[in-house]
Design a protein around this ligand. Sequence first.
Ligand code: OGA
Ligand code: MN
Length: 293
Amino acid sequence: MAITFKPLHPLLAAEASGVDLSKPLSPALAKEVVAGMDQYAVLVFRGQKLDEDQQIAYAKQFGPLDLGLRKIRKGQPHRFKYDELADISNVKVDGTLAERDSSKIVSNIANQLWHSDSSFQKPAARYSMLHSVVIPAKGGETEFADLRAAYDALPEDLRQDIAGLEAEHHALYSRLMMGDTGYTEEQMKAIPPAVWPLVRTHAGSKRKLLFVGIHATHIIGMTVPEGRMLLMDLLEHATQRQFVYQHHWQVGDLVMWDNRAVLHRGRRFDLSERREMRRATTEDVEGSLENAA
Ligand code: OGA
Ligand code: MN
């Protein structure tokens, strides 16, 4: 059996069909997925009914799993069997809708800012695998911006200006920006900031990319306002419509993206409607299933 990839956009994203993600992949199929990810950076698998165990088992085939922001809420109760599943929903532990002013909703809204998952830590995230369980009637799409195409399209003088520059990323910057200031000193320090070059090479395709996103707080060696303004300019460049694929969810979709190659953001939806997704994420570490080539 081979996977079929049908491109969904001129630059990135493809629908992958011919594979049942609830069963273990053969090594050959796993390599096809990795090769598809290296090329398209976003793969959409439709009609996958995965329970929590199956989603975790699928994700683990691509490397060790990331805990992300759960490190800041260690030991706090959540809805899932696994700490490694992120609850991307507007629903509380008791199954009712979260209050509009809760941290849970701030997190939903912070996810509507362009970001790369866990870019605030080392290792950061490689693959995110988001599975939709309940979707709202309207809105709540997810968008992906192609950072390799964004680098390719940078004017030469800007390429020279940013060569060698590095940005620091912090786990709670996006939450603070959205007005959630209720974090303790200890929580603020739970995930030390991570520094990444603005220009990186994608390990799977050897293409250069522009690594920006909302977790980046400042540029090393620049004043905060100068660095922030440059980061904002670069983010604006990277997220122009021609670089963006917008995903319209159906229940049962599993969308897998490469955090090294794309930024993503959720889109607004009516918070009084339920939107329930679960995400498993691999760490970007050596020894994970590497490029098939
Ligand atoms: C995520 C995320 C956006 C969305 O799951 O990491 O940012 O549309 N999701 O829910
Ligand atoms: Mn995310």
